[in-house]
Design a protein around this ligand. Structure first.
Ligand SMILES: Cc1cc2nc3c(=O)[nH]c(=O)nc-3n(C[C@H](O)[C@H](O)[C@H](O)COP(=O)(O)O)c2cc1C
Length: 263
């Protein structure tokens, strides 16, 4: 099992990193208590060269290998590919994610069209001085869901600049215990095989676009066709163990979202 934390703060000993360490420590303890092999890694975006998306659409229209920006994106993407669960942590900067985190989200935007991460679990958290954690988490979570990730949870941590590690630990200890258990069990139990109602509905929303040659971009249409996801009987990216009730509820959610936001 591999768990990767992607940290969108330039402060390697800052609050976002501290929370990552506290979470990973607990997750490792759970793995040790069950005698399970577990690899964990903290990836600081600040250690990687990651240019801003220039909006040329090469990745979307001609393929991700046609991106003209030559930097470390592939290195980061490879780390994500190798992980069973990815934890995304960002500080709140003016009510939203840090620019480093946003750069990563934008550079991987093509995956909204050609999903890849449907066998992975994800946790999203943000740290702030007191506001906008929800909005920040939504920015990341929205991207992850459209990339196919299975979202475990989102979490916000409010940390004052004078808070010591001990104070953070005592304030959030129970929360961190709960989150660590969720992350660990989601990987250990292969919970990607039981996608949420929202994930199942997201698949249908994508399918509606990508299975329609009049609407889908040719590259996306081909990708979805090759994967077999355009077939009317396909109800998710992979064979899964969701109950019929869950599938039924996902259809209701899909129809509701379609009616309100798409039609
Ligand atoms: C440029 C900048 C903008 C910030 N904007 C907000 C904000 O809008 N709301 C808030 O509650 N905290 C804000 N903060 C505080 C940080 O979100 C908070 O201190 C965070 O935990 C820092 O994480 P780090 O130590 O990992 O870098 C901001 C901090 C900086 C440097």
């Amino acid at each position: 099992m591999k768990i990767l934390v992607i940290i969108g703060s330039g402060r390697k000993k800052g609050n976002t990193s501290t929370i990552a360490s506290m979470l990973l420590k607990r997750i490792c303890e759970l793995a040790i208590s069950e005698d399970k092999q577990l690899q964990v890694e903290k990836l600081f975006l600040v250690d990687y060269e990651l240019m801003h998306c220039i909006g040329c659409r090469a990745c979307m229209d001609r393929g991700e290998d046609k991106c003209p920006l030559n930097d470390d994106l592939t290195k980061i993407k490879t780390k994500i590919d190798e992980a069973d669960a990815v934890i995304f942590g960002s500080p709140v900067y003016i009510d939203n994610v840090s620019s480093m985190m946003k750069a990563l989200i934008d550079r991987l935007a093509y995956i909204c069209h050609r999903q890849e991460f449907y066998k992975k679990m994800a946790l999203v958290y943000s740290t702030s001085g007191g506001s906008a954690n929800k909005h920040t988490n939504r920015t990341i979570a929205g991207a992850l869901l459209s990339w196919g990730f299975n979202l475990i949870r989102t979490a916000g941590f409010i940390i004052k600049h004078h808070d010591s590690d001990l104070e953070i630990e005592s304030k959030y200890s129970k929360n961190l215990d709960r989150l660590a258990k969720k992350v660990y069990s989601s990987v250990n139990d292969k919970q990607y095989l039981t996608p949420s109602i929202l994930s199942l509905a997201m698949f249908r929303l994508q399918q509606r676009e990508r299975a329609n040659p009049a609407k889908a971009h040719p590259l996306d249409y081909k990708y979805w066709k090759e994967k077999g996801w355009q077939k009317s009987e396909a109800n998710y990216y992979i064979n899964h163990r969701s109950s019929k009730v869950r599938i039924f509820l996902s259809i209701i959610l899909y129809k509701t979202i379609s009616m309100i936001f798409v039609d």
